[in-house]
Each structure stands twice: as structure tokens, then as C-alpha cells.
Design a protein around this ligand. Structure first.
Ligand code: ADP
Ligand code: MG
Ligand code: MG
Ligand code: MG
Ligand code: MG
Length: 613
């Protein structure tokens, strides 16, 4: 979540009053930007990553580790330092008062050397923050802190306020939300719009001694009955939006040659999202309990769900779905793929008509009419009136508050330098820089392969939805199968292919858009009758010369993805789960205690040593 603008936010009641007007202005801003940018061409392929970091404080005497509320102080200092133009890192605020987002100062360019440099940049970021911390404080790349929302999980201590304030959570104090009006207002407005606190239920991991049924008593935390009612049996229950965006991820943004290419890449990556969500799974623990899921996605979908009961039930009344804010993609963006949408999704039909009347191409009009369906979740008094030719705050307010697996980023209005971009957003964050670099580089290389070989990975979005649901499961990477297209190539890449020779002028590859269930191992590494994504990447790399070091580093990255896909290497989630289950203090009751969380450090140190070796 970037800092959009500064100002004093409206109450939810007033935000609601201004919503229609703000939507109208946002539509105008989009139209202006679209007309201005639709034919722009950017020759350079640029890209960059975003990593969300967690700050923690260890207490060696009491053997505890807590989330360290220090990001505001750090950010103030870091923003000062950014005046130094030689700096290669950049920092932004994030949702939690214990979180901070780091990116490269400048996007990376299109070369294998730059792909390897990402790991160096990540290390510089980590060192930069670590040097600003005390010796018992650490910066971690952790998707979900195991004991977030447990009593006393912050340093300094913070206090819940179930009867007043923004979140009214019985677990997560308002003070632990970053002290910027945007985060807190968003938290309150989602709750007020829904008419109750968010309800998050994720299945508990049923271990040998986990109570059957598993049901907690929330009165001790000050519950007035709302939580007890909302909590499902055999689930880990959470009651605040805060549990969602406190989960950390790694995102990758890529600049396309033009709008056509951006739409093509977006569509092709739609079904890669569930695959990479499963391969990157790194968050099996919530509110101090081992869960039966391995990644953060389901928590976020529920946490930021601002839909009213009427919207939720639109499926029954008008047979169209009002999908949640945090979700897979709503539709394909290329004309040639619209037959594969195959879901009746509600979008704002008036906005859609305005777009069509103003010459916006159909699938894009539909996508942005979907983006404009929602209410703005925070508005600043100072920014209500905008010049639609010079500002895009209202449009950004809609586009950046729809949290889909992919985001089409339109060229910004305040610079000529940035083109159409696609952001890849599903992945959980890994524990080491090497792994995070590997995941980012895999996505970048795959995107180059998609564009170079004109791959076609499009399957019905209803099947992508099924893949998403399957990807949440414990060890989905090993236990689940995913719909994937078997014939993904348009042209045969085999030199002097004997089958092509029999078919002069034509590719031997069948033009079939069939898909079938495959394991992630098959999808990533290939089988006898499926080419596999990594073999294709290797083929692409064969045509590029580079130095031995770079070559070996990239091979190392691909090995991480390949081994995770085949099960030769555990996913981070599996590694964390096994660490807990083997810990001498673990009672096989799903409870992840303070001591177990504290001891996680030793396991981490060992992991970092392994990374160096
Ligand atoms: P957001 O929070 O809106 O997703 P950020 O500004 O935090 O975006 O980061 C996006 C990433 O995009 C950063 O790594 C940045 O270096 C990178 N980036 C910046 N300019 C470009 C560009 N023209 N093309 C591709 N990536 C870019
Ligand atoms: Mg972020
Ligand atoms: Mg960002
Ligand atoms: Mg981002
Ligand atoms: Mg499931």
C-alpha cells in the first residue's frame, strides 16, 4: 500500500456521500490518461520488485520475540536519506506499524546481469535497515508473524480497544496499525460499510492433540458475542481487517512494450498466479495456531471484504457475483480471450457505457467498470476537487484498492517516463533474499518466454478460480492438481522437427485450446507430453550469452523453483510447519507458543548459513 496523498480523511458517512462524485471524477481521470497513453510505446523492458519487511525484537531473558513498532521512526530517517541520489533503495510505509516496504530506487533493465543484481539490491535493503536497528532487533522477510493477534504480541506493549476506535478487534490493537490516516481510515470504513467486523475463518490443522471440536471462548478477550457468533468450529478465527495486510508478500512489476502487450501478458499470467501462490506458500500459522492452509490468500480475501449482505447475496437474486476486493482477476483483457471469461461478474454498467461511448476498447472498459464498482474506502477533504487532466488520485483510489492477483497499471499523469505495466501480486514472501530473488526472476523470465514464444496459457476463468482455491491447501504443491493447457505453443521450436517436415508451412503443434489437470511438477518441470515452463525458460536462456557467474546464479534460482515444484525441496510453509511440529515444546495441539516462535530464530540462522554456503 503506497502513500497516495496526505490529508484529513472524511468519516465513512461523508465518504459515502461523496462516493458517486468521486467515481465520476475518477472515470474522467482514467479517460484522460487512457486517451493520452493508449498508443504509447516503450521500447525498454523495465521491471522491479517490492518486498514487505517485518521488524521484530528478541528478548533473550524471557525467550520471546515480538513485533517491533518502529517503522515510522525508520521511515522518517530513510526519507531524509533518499535525498542522496546515489542511493539504490527506496522505502514506503506499509499497513503495520512493524512493517516497511522496500524497492529498488530505479527499476531494473532487461538483462540477465540485472536479474542477478536483484539479490544484491535485496541484501543492501536488508543491511540498510539492520544497521538502523539495535542488536536485539531484526528485519525479517516473513509472510505472517506466527503470533500476530496473540496477547502481548508487540513491543512496546499495545492495548486492544474492542469498544472504540478503528478496528474494534479483540486481538489486534489500533496502535499496531501504521500511524497514517489512510491505514486506520481504511480499517474503519471497511468495518462500517459491511455493518460488522470482518470475519476471517481459516481451518485449523488437526494434530494429534488438537481439541475436537476446536472452539475458543472469546469472552476473556472482551467479546460482546459478535466474535463467538462469527467464529466457525474447527477454524482459527480473526476479527479485523488488520490480519490481512499484515501478511507480507513479494510483488513484481513489469513494463510492457505497449498496451497490447500489457493486456496479452496480463491474460497469460492469470493462470500462473495460482501456480506460483502454491509454489511460494510460506504462511501456515495464524494467531498462534497451526492452520490447514499454507499461504496468506484466503486470509486477505476475508479480511478486506467490505461487501454488504445485499451484495453478498446478489448471486441468489440476479445470478451474478459481486466478487470480493481481494481476488483473482475479474476478466481477460484481450479481445481474443473474452470467450474464456465464463463467469457472470457484476461491474458498474453506467461506467461501462461511459467508457464504450468514449472509445475505450470492450474488455478494458469492462475491467475498469469492474474496478469502479466499489466504493472508495477513504477520501481526503483536501483532495475532493481535482483537475482531471493533471491528477489521478480518484482513479488511483479505485485501481489500487482492488487487490487482484494481477494489476494493470496505467501510465501515471505526472511523468512521461513510465509506461503500461503489469504487476504480479500472488506470491508469499520467502525467508531469504536468494529465494525471493529466485521467485522474482522466475516470473520475469517466464514473462519474457511468454512474449518471445507467443505462448497461450489461457483457460476459462472459472477454472482459474478452481486453481486458486486448490492453491490454498496444505502442501498444495504436492497434493493438488491444477487446470493447465497442454498445448501452449503456437510455433514448434524443435529444429528440423520431423513432424513439421511432414506438414510444410505449418507448425506440428495442434491448435487446440484443451486443458487438463496437471501437478505443479508437471507444469513447471514438464512431462513426456507437456513441454514444461522451466525447459522453455532454459531454451530461451540458451540464446543469450552472459558471464559464467550470472549463468550459474540464474541456474541456481531456477533450481529452487524446479525443486520446490517437484517436492525435492520443501516449500517455506512446509519447512515452518515441520519446525513447529518437531519443537520439543510443541504439544501436538496446534498451538505455536512464544518459546517456539522465539526459537524460530535459530532455525532461521541455520537457513541463512545454508544460503551462504
Ligand atoms: P505499487 O506499490 O504501486 O505496486 P511501487 O512503486 O511500490 O508500486 O513499486 C513498483 C515496482 O515497479 C518497483 O520495484 C519499481 O522499481 C518498479 N518500477 C518503477 N518504474 C517502472 C517501470 N517504468 N516499469 C516497470 N517497473 C517499474
Ligand atoms: Mg505493499
Ligand atoms: Mg509499493
Ligand atoms: Mg505493489
Ligand atoms: Mg480447499
Amino acid at each position: 500500500m503506497g502513500l497516495l496523498s496526505k490529508g484529513s480523511p472524511f468519516s465513512w458517512e461523508d465518504t459515502k456521500k461523496h462516493a458517486a462524485k468521486v467515481r465520476k471524477q475518477g472515470v474522467k481521470q482514467f479517460l484522460h490518461q487512457y486517451q493520452r497513453s493508449k498508443d504509447r510505446v516503450d521500447e525498454k523492458f523495465l521491471w522491479g520488485d517490492e518486498v514487505e519487511y517485518t521488524l521484530v525484537k528478541f528478548d533473550d531473558e524471557n525467550k520471546t520475540v515480538k513485533l517491533l513498532m518502529k517503522s515510522k521512526i525508520l521511515l522518517e530517517e530513510l526519507k531524509q536519506r533518499e535525498k542522496d541520489k546515489t542511493k539504490v533503495t527506496s522505502w514506503e510505509l506499509e499497513y503495520g506499524a512493524f512493517m516497511i516496504e522496500g524497492t529498488p530506487r530505479m527499476p531494473y533493465k532487461n538483462s540477465l546481469e540485472q536479474m542477478v543484481y536483484i539479490e544484491t539490491n535485496m541484501k543492501i535493503r536488508r543491511d540498510e535497515i539492520q544497521q538502523m536497528l539495535e542488536s536485539d532487533e531484526k528485519i525479517l522477510t516473513l509472510t505472517a508473524f506466527p503470533r500476530i493477534g496473540c496477547p502481548n504480541f508487540t513491543f512496546p506493549k499495545t492495548f486492544i480497544t474492542p469498544d472504540k476506535g478503528y478496528a474494534r478487534s479483540i486481538f489486534f490493537p489500533d496502535e499496531a496499525i501504521f500511524g497514517h490516516p489512510k491505514m486506520r481510515t481504511f480499517t474503519r470504513n471497511v468495518r462500517e460499510r459491511r455493518g460488522c467486523k470482518p470475519v476471517i475463518n481459516v481451518p485449523i490443522y488437526k494434530d494429534l492433540n488438537t481439541p475436537v471440536p476446536f472452539k475458543e471462548d472469546f469472552k476473556v478477550f472482551g467479546d460482546n458475542g459478535e466474535c463467538q457468533n462469527a467464529a466457525l468450529v474447527d477454524n482459527i478465527y480473526m476479527d479485523s481487517l488488520s490480519f490481512g495486510p499484515s501478511c507480507c508478500c513479494i510483488q513484481v512489476t513489469m513494463q510492457a512494450h505497449d498496451l497490447q502487450e500489457a493486456k496479452y501478458l496480463y491474460d497469460q499470467l492469470a493462470n500462473i498466479c495460482p501456480i506460483m501462490l502454491a509454489v511460494s506458500a510460506a504462511s501456515p500459522i495464524y494467531r498462534g495456531y497451526l492452520s490447514d492452509i499454507d499461504n496468506r490468500w484466503e486470509v486477505l480475501t476475508q479480511a478486506v471484504d467490505d461487501r454488504t449482505p445485499a451484495e453478498l447475496h446478489s448471486q441468489e437474486t440476479i445470478h451474478k457475483t459481486f466478487r470480493p476486493r481481494w481476488d483473482s482477476v475479474d476478466c481477460y483483457l484481450s479481445e481474443s480471450n473474452t470467450d474464456y471469461n465464463l463467469r457472470d461478474v457484476i461491474f458498474d454498467s453506467r461506467v461501462y457505457q461511459t467508457f464504450i461511448d468514449n472509445g475505450v476498447e470492450e474488455p478494458l472498459a469492462r475491467h475498469f467498470a469492474y474496478i469502479f464498482l466499489r466504493d472508495p474506502m477513504f477520501l481526503y477533504k483536501e483532495l475532493l476537487e481535482q483537475n482531471h487532466e493533471e491528477e489521478t488520485d480518484h482513479f488511483d483510489n479505485f485501481n489500487t484498492a482492488n487487490y487482484q492477483t494481477l494489476r494493470l497499471k496505467i501510465p501515471p499523469c505526472n511523468t512521461e517516463d513510465i509506461g503500461w505495466r503489469v504487476e504480479f501480486r500472488p506470491m508469499d514472501l520467502q525467508l531469504t533474499d536468494k529465494e525471493n530473488a529466485a521467485y522474482a526472476v522466475f516470473v520475469i523470465l517466464l514473462s519474457r518466454v511468454i512474449i518471445t514464444y507467443k505462448l497461450d496459457l489461457v483457460i476459462p476463468l472459472s477454472k482459474v478460480d478452481e486453481n486458486m482455491t486448490n492453491s490454498y491447501d496444505r502442501d498444495a504443491v504436492r497434493n493438488q492438481t491444477f487446470y493447465f493447457r497442454q498445448h501452449i505453443m503456437k510455433d514448434c521450436l524443435t529444429k528440423n522437427c520431423s513432424r513439421c517436415v511432414q506438414n510444410p508451412g505449418k507448425s506440428c503443434i495442434p491448435a487446440s485450446r484443451d486443458y487438463r489437470r496437471m501437478t505443479i511438477d508437471e507444469i513447471i518441470n514438464g512431462t513426456e507430453d507437456f513441454v514444461g515452463l522451466i525447459p522453455l525458460i532454459n531454451k530461451y536462456l540458451d540464446g543469450i550469452t552472459t558471464d559464467t557467474n550470472t549463468k550459474q546464479t540464474i541456474e541456481g534460482y531456477l533450481k529452487i523453483i524446479s525443486y520446490r515444484a517437484s517436492g525435492k525441496m520443501k516449500t517455506t510453509a512446509k519447512w515452518i510447519r515441520e519446525f513447529v511440529r518437531k519443537h520439543p515444546e510443541y504439544k501436538h495441539d496446534s498451538v505455536v507458543t512464544e518459546k517456539i516462535t522465539y526459537d524460530f530464530r535459530n532455525a532461521l540462522v541455520r537457513k541463512f548459513l545454508l544460503q551462504v554456503m
